[in-house]
Write a protein that binds this ligand. Structure first.
Ligand SMILES: C[S@@+](CC[C@H](N)C(=O)[O-])C[C@H]1O[C@@H](n2cnc3c(N)ncnc32)[C@H](O)[C@@H]1O
Length: 235
């Protein structure tokens, strides 16, 4: 029933977008209307350690639901799978989430102490696989151990790129420059931890200095600190 309600609203949303209504208004309203229904579909996300709010988790699920069958999602920075789970739950048939993370609790200097503290005694990769298996989504996930710089040119096309790995300006910029060209026509680019009052954060810097000035992407919407753009239509 929940799945049917979500699909019905997505059909209405797509229709209104085709009529020319701005996507950020349409999907924001739809998200508000069906947020509870979505949260019922992903309620287990709250049991996984991580940094997502209800708005962000339900926003990721909604976005993943908008993709086509057999789509590919690339998540850079997966930690214990909180966002991976939301994305995987929303995927249409045949879709895959590629979860790329060193799974060793390492990160840019500002975050590494926190990651070490919250990592826990069990190896992160084990925790990730355990969480995803327990929630029944592991079959939709391809987990890759390593840093984003080790996999440049290893993927062909992705329909949704979620950048949530190295949050420094250099790290975030690297991920944007090297992976955003792989986003398919009408695919989505998503940053976590965008905050317009924090110019020192990598996601904020990349959005304001790379994405917004570029003609390749158009702003799609925000869910708390989740900032989303869509690959522009190429004639
Ligand atoms: C904020 S956490 C990700 C949170 C996760 N998306 C969630 O929803 O819970 C950042 C993760 O990115 C990883 N990371 C840091 N630098 C990375 C890089 N260059 N490539 C891939 N992962 C990276 C960190 O080790 C950490 O696991």
């Amino acid at each position: 029933m929940n799945g049917f309600v979500i699909k019905a609203f997505i059909t209405i949303g797509n229709f209104l977008c085709q009529l020319g209504f701005p996507s950020y208004c349409i999907w924001r309203i739809i998200h508000r209307l069906i947020k509870r229904v979505i949260l019922a579909q992903i309620r287990a996300y709250r049991d996984i350690d991580g940094w997502l709010s209800d708005d962000e988790a339900s926003g990721l699920y909604l976005l993943s639901n908008l993709l086509d069958q057999h789509c590919k999602v690339l998540e850079i920075g997966s930690w214990k799978g909180k966002a991976t789970y939301c994305l995987a739950q929303g995927l249409p048939k045949g879709g895959t989430v590629i979860a790329l993370d060193p799974f060793d609790a390492s990160g840019e200097p500002e975050s590494s102490a926190l990651y070490r503290e919250r990592g826990g005694d069990i190896p992160l990769f084990e925790q990730f696989v355990h969480n995803m298996t327990k929630l029944g989504v592991m079959k939709k996930i391809k987990a890759i151990k390593g840093y984003s710089h080790q996999f440049v040119n290893k993927f062909i096309e992705i329909d949704l790129l979620f950048i949530d790995g190295d949050h420094s300006i250099e790290g975030c910029d690297f991920d944007f420059l090297n992976y955003s060209p792989l986003i398919s026509h009408r695919g989505y680019l998503v940053f976590h931890d965008f905050d317009s009052s924090r110019k020192d954060l990598g996601p904020t810097w990349v959005v304001e200095n790379r994405v917004l000035p570029s003609a390749d992407f158009v702003f799609w919407g925000c869910f708390n600190s989740l900032w989303i753009a869509q690959k522009a239509h190429v004639l």
